[in-house]
Write a protein that binds this ligand. Structure first.
Ligand SMILES: Cc1cc2nc3c(=O)[nH]c(=O)nc-3n(C[C@H](O)[C@H](O)[C@H](O)COP(=O)(O)OP(=O)(O)OC[C@H]3O[C@@H](n4cnc5c(N)ncnc54)[C@H](O)[C@@H]3O)c2cc1C
Length: 397
């Protein structure tokens, strides 16, 4: 067996890969990041981290780094019930954080490099061979290099081919909704508040997230049965007019708004791998579990993965054991994220006679007492999630 030059090789150089690479390189591990993009650009991806994910950023030591380079704090959130102060009302006592996704990726990758990780860009991974000493097949300039490692961390995002190369099977719970996003300028809205509002009658969701340099990300969730697809710049007016039907305040927000990036729709639903470690390969971030973007949990989960994997690798000399322990922990917190967001869909967005009946029971009680709504999205997967929480939310008790 060839001795590997690297303790850890990451497939991908997004948030998840750079966060674990920085954490482990900073502890003396030999780390290599392989990223296919020479330069990051807007892919219509997340930029809002909820307070529980901000707590993970703090644990990983990247909170100040993000704030200093690309991120702004959003202490307020409006879910259609009026402004809520997240610092005062979450167990973490933290704000949300928002940034341009490509700027965040550049900042984290530079931080991983500064911590000692080697970064190779423009390198597309083409395969992984699992085993006691896993091997990454890295392609660049028409050549394929075999790179052995002690551990391969596959963090190649939603649709990850690495899952297949490493022999994992994928579970899916797709929902009949699409989620469109576009970057805007000229929006007339607060700079310190994220807005996330469902219109249960229409099955739609409008969201607006300020970024720190005056830009805003507008999102619009809609049923797959709609007779349109929000894809391409010519659909911007339609995104504005449909958002205004969610709640009139979106019409005010977008009165003078202009597009500053691509407009794209993605599928709603969760895709995940159960027990996502095997034979020297650990999945991380969206590759491990792509959570429904409508609920903005993806980056919090990604940072949680990086922190849990870091802790396991530092605590165990046997990294095979560490990988299995990481996978077990992930299954538990991802399951809770999944369950709580499925409940949200059933109460706030599903379009069916059963859902209408559900809402008749639940919504009047929620209007009287907002604590009936589970707070996992902001406060994290450790919040209670038992039958009594469900009954209160669904208005069955
Ligand atoms: C429309 C939309 C909105 C979202 N909004 C939010 C939000 O508001 N809040 C939130 O928390 N989450 C949100 N998310 C989810 C969030 O974007 C992801 O959870 C997060 O980006 C996952 O990070 P990652 O590092 O796992 O993957 P990615 O960010 O996808 O990074 C993967 C990296 O791997 C590279 N790569 C892929 N294949 C290879 C290969 N073969 N070789 C080398 N490199 C490779 C890619 O170029 C990329 O840089 C949203 C997602 C979508 C689609």
């Amino acid at each position: 067996m060839t001795a590997s030059r690297y303790d850890l090789v990451t497939v991908g150089g997004g948030m998840g890969a750079s966060a674990i690479a920085r954490a482990m390189a900073g502890r003396g591990a030999k780390v290599l990041i392989l990223e296919q993009e020479q330069r990051f650009h807007d892919r219509v991806r997340g930029e809002y981290i909820c307070p529980w994910g901000v707590a993970e950023a703090k644990e990983l030591g990247i909170f100040e780094l993000l704030r200093g380079n690309c991120a702004g704090e959003l202490p307020w959130a409006d879910l259609g019930f009026g402004p809520r102060n997240l610092i005062e009302t979450t167990p973490q006592q933290l704000p949300g954080l928002s940034f341009s996704h490509p700027e965040m990726q550049e900042a984290l990758m530079a931080a991983a490099e500064a911590a000692g990780a080697e970064v190779r860009r423009g390198v597309a991974v083409q395969g992984i061979e699992c085993g006691e000493q896993p091997i990454v097949l890295a392609g660049a300039k028409g050549r394929t290099e075999r790179i052995p490692a002690r551990l391969v961390v596959a963090a190649d995002g939603r649709g990850s081919p690495a899952r297949k190369w490493a022999g994992f099977s994928v579970e899916k719970n797709m929902q009949p909704f699409l989620f469109a996003g576009v970057l805007l300028t000229g929006v007339a809205a607060r700079q310190d508040m994220g807005v996330f509002i469902f219109n249960p009658d229409l099955g739609t969701l409008g969201a607006l997230i300020p970024q720190n340099k005056g830009g805003y990300r507008a999102y619009f969730g809609y049923p797959t049965t709609a007779d349109y697809r929000l894809q391409g710049g010519d659909k911007l007016g339609l995104l504005f007019s449909e958002s205004a039907k969610v709640a009139p305040l979106f019409a005010e927000f977008y009165a003078s708004a202009k597009s500053a990036g691509p407009l794209a729709s993605v599928d709603g639903g969760d895709v995940w791998v159960n027990h996502h470690y095997r034979n020297g390969v650990a999945l991380l971030g969206d590759a491990a579990s792509t959570s429904d973007p409508s609920f903005g949990q993806g980056m919090s989960l990604t940072l949680r993965d990086a922190r849990v994997l870091r802790d396991q690798l530092l605590a165990n000399a046997d990294w095979d054991h560490a990988g299995h322990a990481y996978a077990e922990q992930h299954d538990a917190y991802f399951r809770n994220c999944h369950t709580s967001t499925v409940w949200f869909r059933q109460v706030f967005q599903e379009q069916s006679p059963a859902a209408a009946l559900r809402r008749q029971k639940a919504l009047p009680l929620i209007a009287e007492d907002l604590t009936r709504v589970p707070d996992h999205i902001f406060s994290g997967p450790e919040m209670p999630l038992d039958d009594s929480v469900r009954s209160r939310f669904f208005g069955e008790s």
